[in-house]
Design a protein around this ligand. Structure first.
Ligand code: CS2
Length: 497
């Protein structure tokens, strides 16, 4: 990232020079590590780190976060050079506020020192492990939940060398923990996966079942000592840019190369299954519950489903950000129909929540003009996102004998996006772990919208069989794709009934 680095850098020595309201609630180094977090991205820094800092500030406890980057070194180096400090700028039309967060007790880079990460997972002081590693790092087939046959993962399961994948790190860490008799631990997925706790557990059970060289009895140890509480996580946190660093600099007067920007809203719903204890997250506004399922469906289908719809339609129509895309004429009306007619009819929301009201709140959040969330960022990895964001909505509606026309529009817009060019002919990047098979299917069927839909629907790892074999859904997706190809996004939305 090309930024002008000012003379002074954020660090413990600078804290007393910061405006009082920008100082951290806790000082790194004063709270011992109790949490290991995998995934050092912007979302973790603006979400779980902020909740945990507030919880420790209010209720105490040894819950410093040792944050592990599973891939890149840049953030590890930036945060280590800043004494584990970073800032969060909260942005809205009403103004912005920047505050330094002191939740991290340290940072590690998994690829350069996997054994250190395994040792951390086996440390009795660590009783909670949280994850934000994105959908694809779980290496689960999005439709069946089967662990992937990926070669690096197979090598991790075979053992004999330090692990390189997230399932491999967890497996070896838990094996070491069992061997050390280091006590129970909660593994908490904070990724936007359906039933993320159950998925993580499924991933772990399959990894343990297939692994070589793990202690006898590991299956039983994991069953007795490891919980995987489900969660719903929510905060819009775009990828940081040089402007994010400049905004932090304006308030702090020092350079923070790990700065993040986020919307004011944040929500965290957590199933309360923590055999080794947990931070007092409820003091930070989190909701502790015995079933996060209804919250998770509400959020994935409404917020994330609508987000993906805006991302694909907006990118096709040449809009750079989500907020700009919302200005496409008729798009908000179409999204309201998607929410009211399809999403709301597809599941039972949490008690006391009306899906259309939640949807209005979501649309207002997407319209935040201070958040520059790129349509191309939200458009990434569609094959991993579409099942929980829209295909489950379609499957549930059809099972109840209802139509799913607006859901079909989202699928068609993704497919149209995958063709790789915008309405004005500009190339669009298609980044997806399944880009190869999706491209090949689209090339084979590219002569007509029906051919493209049939080729894509034949990919079982993307489209669930009940959706793929549904003639009405197929016809709806073909009709939308035909309109999008012939008339473009704006005319298609103007004519949408
Ligand atoms: C977005 C999410 O990038 C995406 O796919 O839909 O990251 C979204 O911003 C968060 O889930 C909001 O909580």
């Amino acid at each position: 990232m090309a930024v002008t680095v000012g003379a002074s850098r954020l660090g413990l020595g600078m804290l007393r020079h910061l405006p009082a309201e920008a100082r951290p609630l806790i000082r790194p180094g004063t709270v011992p590590t109790g949490i290991v977090h995998l995934g050092l991205g912007a979302f973790h820094r603006a979400h779980q780190a902020v909740f945990t800092e507030a919880a420790v500030g209010a209720a105490g406890g040894d819950w410093g976060i040792m944050a592990v980057a599973p891939r890149s070194t840049a953030m590890v180096e930036a945060i280590a050079a800043q004494d584990n400090l970073f800032s969060v700028s909260t942005l809205s039309a009403a103004g912005s506020a920047t505050r330094v967060v002191g939740a991290l007790s340290g940072v590690r880079h998994a690829p350069s020192d996997p054994d250190a990460v395994v040792a951390l997972l086996a440390d009795p002081a660590v009783r909670v492990v949280t994850l934000t590693v994105t959908e694809k790092a779980y290496q689960l087939d999005p439709v069946t939940g089967e662990l992937s046959p990926d070669l690096a993962l197979a090598a991790d399961l075979a053992g004999g060398r330090p692990p390189t994948t997230v399932p491999g790190l967890l497996l070896r860490g838990l094996a070491a923990r069992a061997a050390a008799d280091a006590g129970p631990v909660a593994l908490v997925s904070c990724d936007n996966l359906p039933a993320n706790g159950r998925r993580l557990r499924g991933m772990l059970d399959q990894a343990v079942g297939r692994a070589d060289g793990v202690p006898a009895g590991l299956v039983e140890w994991v069953a007795a000592n490891v919980t995987c509480p489900g969660t719903m996580v929510d905060r819009i946190v775009p990828a940081s840019t040089p402007e994010t660093i400049e905004a932090a600099h304006r308030v702090l007067g020092v350079t923070d190369l790990a700065a993040v920007a986020a919307e004011p809203y944040a929500q965290w719903v957590i199933e309360d299954e923590f055999p080794g204890g947990r931070p007092g997250w409820e003091h930070a506004g989190a909701v502790l519950t015995d079933d996060a399922g209804p919250w998770e469906r509400l959020k994935l289908r409404t917020l994330n489903g609508v987000h993906s719809a805006i991302a694909y339609l907006g990118a096709l129509a040449g809009r750079e950000t989500i907020a700009e895309a919302l200005e496409i004429p008729h798009l908000p009306d179409v999204l309201r129909r998607l929410i009211a007619e399809d999403v709301a009819a597809s599941f039972t929301p949490p008690d006391g929540v009306r899906v259309v009201d939640y949807g209005e709140q979501v649309l207002a959040r997407f319209g935040n003009p201070a958040i520059h969330h790129r349509t191309l960022q939200v458009a990434l990895d569609g094959s991993q996102k579409l099942p929980q964001r829209v295909l489950h909505t379609i499957a549930d509606l059809r099972a109840a004998g209802r139509s799913a026309r607006w859901g079909a529009l989202v699928v068609a817009s993704w497919l149209r996006f995958a063709l790789g060019y915008a309405d004005d002919g500009h190339p669009l990047p298609f980044q997806d772990p399944l880009a190869g098979p999706i491209r090949a299917a689209l090339d084979a069927g590219a002569q007509s919208p029906a051919g493209a839909v049939d080729a894509l629907f034949a990919l079982r790892e993307v489209i669930p069989v009940e959706v793929a074999e549904d003639d009405e859904v197929r016809a709806d997706v073909i009709a939308w794709l035909t309109a999008l190809e012939r008339h473009g996004v704006e005319a298609t939305l103007a004519g949408a009934r």
